[in-house]
Design a protein around this ligand. Structure first.
Ligand SMILES: *[C@@H]1O[C@H](CO)[C@@H](O)[C@H](O)[C@H]1NC(C)=O
Length: 304
């Protein structure tokens, strides 16, 4: 190694690329994840094209700790399934996993709304919320034979530390007892949201495998260079984490495939920083025949 002969900035680049590629690990550069089931559009697992050369995660959306009445209210950690169970029941989970050895299935907790009102994270106390959540989530995870859990609360009635403690203790239990094998969080750039996830990351980041950062929550018309800056900033926030890139097929914001999403992915890949791609959501992609799911997986599987 004659790295000392390289000019300073180049040396740094080389070291940084080396470091990032070690951190990324080869398995994670082919991770494709997709949220499914939140919008009652009748989408099924088998509707979605699955490339056998990627690692594929479906993320059932959502389990929520709210009552199911017409005026839903918080239940302090007693989760119920709110995804489209008619089309996504536990037989469907078993069958898609039996058909595709590269498919794993997770569920996401929280989400934006229930019955048109915001879903709040509003535990009564840390201990009681964690106790109820452990029980209800273990039950759902076993019934549906799930592999992973995703945290997607977007509205909060607690301080960041309470959120961090509740979710951190829950993830600790679920992983330690092999209820699930992987975990993720789904933050986005918002002053009322990020402090909660950053507090969680600071204390319990070692329990979190992926950061499904909602890059589609940035403004519409985001350019490639803006996107690259956002990615850098969030990679710094979630230091040493696997920050996945993302876009929405629901007309939300961020960097769209039409505006260069895959060009940005190419850049990240060449820098050893592409930890995977996720899409919100299968429900929205159905009408276009899942063209971007195909493109994303092709990109992950075959682009050098
Ligand atoms: C799941 O749904 C299918 C219909 O798509 C049905 O035949 C099957 O009985 C359901 N399984 C369970 C466990 O509800």
């Amino acid at each position: 190694m004659k790295l000392y002969k390289l000019p300073g900035p180049l040396l740094l680049n080389v070291l940084f690329a080396l470091f990032s590629s070690i951190q990324a690990g080869p398995a994670n550069s082919k991770l494709f994840r997709e949220y499914i089931g939140a919008e009652d559009k009748g989408v099924t697992f088998s509707d979605v094209p699955i490339n056998s050369n990627v690692e594929f995660h479906f993320i059932l959306s959502f389990a929520i700790d709210y009552t199911s009445s017409s005026h839903p209210s918080p239940t302090n950690g007693n989760f119920r399934v709110y995804w489209d169970t008619k089309n996504l029941n536990h037989s469907h989970v078993s069958s898609i996993k039996a058909q595709h050895s590269n498919v794993k299935v997770a569920m996401s907790l929280g989400g934006d709304t229930i019955n048109g009102q915001h879903v709040f994270f509003s535990p009564t106390s840390i201990n009681s919320w964690v106790r109820n959540a452990i029980q209800s989530i273990t039950e759902i995870a076993r019934l549906y034979n799930l592999d992973g859990i995703d945290i997607d609360y977007e509205h909060f009635k607690t301080d960041p530390n309470t959120f961090a403690e509740c979710i951190g203790r829950l993830l600790f239990y679920l992983k330690n007892n092999q209820v699930v094998s992987f975990t993720s969080i789904a933050p986005y750039a918002d002053d009322s949201v990020q402090p909660h996830y950053l507090a969680l990351w600071k204390k319990y980041g070692h329990l979190i495998d992926y950061v499904n950062f909602q890059f589609y929550a940035y403004e519409k018309g985001t350019t490639i260079s803006q996107f690259m800056k956002y990615f850098e900033a969030q990679s710094l926030n979630y230091n040493e984490g696997k920050v996945l890139v993302s876009f929405g097929t629901d007309g939300s914001g961020g960097l769209s495939p039409q505006n260069g999403f895959f060009e940005a992915c190419r850049k990240l890949k060449s820098q050893g920083k592409l930890h995977g791609i996720f899409i919100w959501s299968a429900d929205d992609s159905k009408k276009d025949g899942f063209r971007y799911e195909k493109q994303s997986q092709n990109f992950l599987a075959y682009t050098k």
